[in-house]
Ligand binder design. Structure first.
Ligand code: C2G
Length: 132
């Protein structure tokens, strides 16, 4: 049994998120997803997500090929999460390329190509600038 783990905020859930979760799931038998808490997201991006952590978890958890979701409270705890969930593979989008190579001693680390032309930031800009 091969367990894959990935992390993200998954705010304003879009097709780029679906693509990476699907491809991550296809690399193993079980997929575990760490959802960044609202506070962690504020630390990373200096803003709170549009959707709160409970709703973001509900959306990701609703996908049929996700086995388990948990809240990622801090970027510094990644090693603990990988060990706790006994993950064999860590998957991240290639915007994080090289950033998690330090975990190659405990699991395989795979960076998948991001889906072009879609991002939460761009969606927020489009929505907030559109006529009401
Ligand atoms: N992603 C993608 N294609 C896009 C947008 C996002 O493949 N067009 C991927 C990202 O590379 C990431 C995942 O979707 O692997 C989640 O993206 P975000 O919600 O933006 O995650 P982020 O805030 O970068 O959090 O500990 C790491 C962080 O928690 C990652």
């Amino acid at each position: 049994m091969k367990t894959v783990i990935t992390f993200g905020t998954f705010d304003v859930f879009h097709v780029g998120h679906v693509n990476i979760l699907q491809r991550a799931a296809s690399l193993g038998d079980a997929l575990i997803v760490g959802i960044s808490t609202d506070e962690l997201n504020f630390c990373k991006k200096q803003r709170y997500p549009i959707y709160n952590q409970r709703d973001r978890m509900k959306i990701v958890n609703g996908m049929r090929y996700i086995n388990l979701c948990f809240f990622e409270e801090s970027l510094e705890q990644k090693r603990e999460y990988i060990l706790k969930y006994d993950a064999d593979v860590l998957v991240m989008g290639d915007d994080w390329k090289g950033r998690f190579d330090e975990f190659k001693d405990i699991c395989e680390v795979v960076y998948l190509e991001r889906t072009p032309s879609v991002s939460t930031t761009q969606l927020i800009e489009v929505i907030s600038s559109s006529d009401r």
